[in-house]
Design a protein around this ligand. Structure first.
Ligand SMILES: [Zn+2]
Length: 145
């Protein structure tokens, strides 16, 4: 790789970081619109954090209406399903979000609103199916205050 190409990649990398930080800042502002100086900011922050904690513990599959009420959705990096605890993917057809991985549990039976994503876990039997993987994008969920 020549130095001009290295320089070009560095500029592109910096632009990407700036773009994604701006996206995160906008999402945080949407999740908690009060100014820092307002006492409601602290209350909102606490509520948002509790929602994120609940999300981590329960790994619920959320349909669009409930999702909109509780969280702000931010695209999170590259396309595709990268399973990890705490990670989420969104179905672009119906807007539901699903955990990209779930803890071992006796029963987990859920589908996104259009049926593209299906979790069927009963006892030791576990099946996760996705009809159209190209409809999924990884997302980050920020708790609304
Ligand atoms: Zn769906």
């Amino acid at each position: 790789m020549d130095s001009a190409r290295k320089k070009q990649l560095k500029v592109l990398g910096k632009a990407e970081v700036a773009r994604s930080s701006a996206e995160i800042r906008a999402a945080l502002k949407e999740a908690n619109p009060e100014p820092y100086s307002d006492k409601r900011w602290g209350e909102n922050y606490k509520r948002g954090t509790l929602r994120e904690k609940w999300l981590k513990q329960k790994s619920p599959l959320l349909h669009a209406k409930k999702l909109e009420e509780l969280f702000v959705v931010v695209p999170n990096g590259s396309a595709g399903w990268q399973p990890h605890l705490g990670g989420y993917v969104q179905c672009q057809r119906c807007g539901s979000v699903a955990p990209s991985a779930v803890r071992k549990r006796w029963f987990y039976w859920a589908s996104c609103q259009c049926g593209n994503i299906q979790f069927r876990c009963v006892g030791p039997w576990k099946k996760i199916s996705v009809a159209n993987p190209e409809l999924l994008i990884p997302v980050k969920l920020i708790g609304r205050g």
